[in-house]
Design a protein around this ligand. Structure first.
Ligand SMILES: [Fe+2]
Ligand SMILES: [Fe+2]
Length: 287
């Protein structure tokens, strides 16, 4: 059953970072591969506002519960980007507005036209809300898994604390999206439309927003080896449990494609540090 906005807004809000020791990154910096993933995450977190622009062009703008969710969700994602930008800045990497300005200029053509695409899909396909709510759930589940994995690889106390707080909010986002998707997917036609869009159009979040190789790198580096792959098994189980969506193997297929892309362009995917997982760690706080 759909989660009411009253329940969603009970927790959450601006990410708490005032007690995170950002200065510790100066004495104990993160490695190159971890920083590359954080750069990618910074970009897609901040990109949420442009995705919100697209969502508001669909007929669901009439639903006050949906617009309230978009408002709160977008606000929380903004602070995720802001916090990750602070981590990048502590390593003297581009972050915040200059990085976003460059990204929006790189991607100007797609960003200029995407609202029209969403307006058209939203008005031409009556079951499209089931597609974007399912899409949202999958992206939040994978974001949660990505932060989980990145924290383990980096093994940095300040980053672990920060990513743990972000993960808890991603879990709430996933819960909201998945509950709405489950309701909409009760209808057979919505299942068919959603399954078609996922099979033909789904790609890991960031595709089209940042250079494809950055999405491929983060996907392959975080999920391409044993422990990351196990986290993705949990995500696939959650997708399989949605009505009419069993057996899509979306994320696993995307990881294989991402690995191949990184190998083709850069020669190899660097090995992430090995880590012994406990069962509890493989069950992140997601609904
Ligand atoms: Fe986020
Ligand atoms: Fe999120």
């Amino acid at each position: 059953m759909a989660i009411s906005i009253e329940k969603f807004q009970e927790q959450g809000g601006r990410l708490k970072t005032d007690d995170i020791d950002f200065d510790s990154f100066r004495a104990n910096p993160l490695d190159e591969h971890v920083l590359r993933c954080i750069g990618y995450m910074h970009d897609i977190e901040y990109q949420t506002v442009l995705y919100t622009r697209e969502m508001l062009l669909m007929p669901a703008w009439k639903d006050p519960q949906f617009t309230a969710f978009l408002t709160l969700w977008n606000y929380e994602e903004y602070w995720h980007g802001q916090a990750l930008g602070r981590v990048l800045a502590m390593h003297d990497r581009p972050a915040h507005d200059p990085r976003l300005t460059a990204m929006r200029s790189w991607n100007h053509r797609t960003l200029a036209w995407s609202p029209l695409v969403f307006w058209t899909l939203g008005h031409a396909i009556r079951r499209f809300p089931a597609v974007h709510m399912t899409w949202g759930a999958i992206n939040e589940w994978t974001a949660n898994a990505a932060y989980n994995r990145l924290a383990k690889i980096a093994d940095h106390p300040a980053l672990t604390e920060l990513l743990g707080r972000i993960m808890r909010q991603e879990g709430r986002h996933a819960g909201y999206y998945a509950a709405a998707a489950r309701d909409m997917l009760e209808e057979r036609k919505a299942q068919k439309v959603t399954s078609w869009f996922l099979r033909h159009e789904w790609a890991p979040v960031g595709n089209g927003d940042v250079p494809k190789i950055e999405t491929s790198f983060a996907t392959a580096y975080l999920f391409g080896s044993g422990e990351g792959a196990e986290l993705i098994d949990r995500v696939e189980e959650r997708i399989d449990a949605l009505p009419g969506l069993r057996g899509l193997n979306l994320v696993r297929n995307a990881i294989n494609d991402a690995r191949q892309h990184v190998i083709d362009v850069e020669g190899a995917v660097p090995e992430a540090r090995m880590y012994e997982w406990t069962r509890a760690e493989l069950e992140p706080e997601i609904v």
